[in-house]
Design a protein around this ligand. Structure first.
Ligand SMILES: [Zn+2]
Ligand SMILES: [Zn+2]
Length: 255
């Protein structure tokens, strides 16, 4: 997956307050801590997601009195990654200054009721965010939840279990076996017809004279005395027929 990053200007972020909102990290990040909303949340159309992220920012700035949205990034159920404090400015979501300095804080828009399990697109987006933090932060490979080292139920059991499993990409459904390419496959009837038309050295004559199998079979049935006399010649021809059938069958199974 490629990171679907939504910049602050794209989601209509308010300017953060300085100087606190501009505080850089004081140490290398160990990794990424995941969060959830901890409130009821229902899924919504993607064009409503930026409204929701702005609402979180307003709560944090106006309700909590913080200098900006607390999270480093926010991942919606559609897999988009909203830039919060980003890679360079210290987040304020992990519980205290030391914890904030230790790990990035990535919120998944998942509730404590309603939508309580992240969507596959969201897990992909969260994985994209984690990889972005690692590569461009940089951050180490540690992955956990808000509850690690802090008394909270965040990020909820579903997101936490995913974090502790190493935040794997969701398994995409196995692609259904492609339908056989009927057009390229000879049917049994076509194989039989091809065999009947196959030209073989006429066992009834000396020298070489090619005739279709069907006429030899007809003749063999009509005059078994003569056929028996030429069995050896027929057997050679059967080898060729076998090869032909094998080739047709191979084409059949290869599709
Ligand atoms: Zn949290
Ligand atoms: Zn969305």
């Amino acid at each position: 997956m490629t990171l679907k990053l939504v910049s602050r200007s794209q989601w209509g972020a308010r300017a953060y307050r300085t100087p606190n909102g501009a505080t850089p990290y004081g140490r290398a990040r160990r990794g990424v801590k995941l969060h959830y909303l901890g409130t009821p949340y229902s899924d919504r159309a993607h064009d409503k997601c930026d409204d929701y992220v702005r609402q979180i920012q307003a709560q944090h700035m106006d309700g909590n009195g913080w200098s900006d949205i607390g999270y480093s990034f926010v991942v919606c159920t559609h897999g988009y990654v909203y830039e919060g404090r980003g890679l360079k400015r210290r987040n304020s979501a992990n519980g205290n200054t030391s914890l904030n300095d230790q790990d990035y804080a990535v919120l998944l828009l998942v509730g404590s009721s309603g939508l309580t399990k992240p969507t596959d697109a969201q897990l992909d987006g969260a994985r994209d965010a984690i990889e972005y933090c690692r590569k461009s932060g940089p951050a180490g490979t540690w992955i956990g939840g808000h509850r690690d080292g802090y008394a909270t139920s965040c990020p909820g059991d579903a997101v936490y279990a995913w974090a502790k499993a190493g935040a794997p990409r969701p398994k995409t459904a196995a692609p259904s076996k492609p339908a056989p390419e009927e057009d390229n496959m000879p049917s049994a009837k076509e194989i039989a017809a091809a065999v009947m038309e196959y030209q073989i050295d006429d066992p009834r004559t000396t020298g070489t004279k090619y005739v279709p199998v069907k006429s030899v079979l007809w003749w063999a049935g009509a005059d078994s005395a003569q056929a028996n006399a030429k069995v050896e010649s027929l057997e050679k021809q059967v080898k060729h027929l076998t090869e032909l059938v094998n080739r047709l069958l191979a084409a059949n199974t290869q599709g």
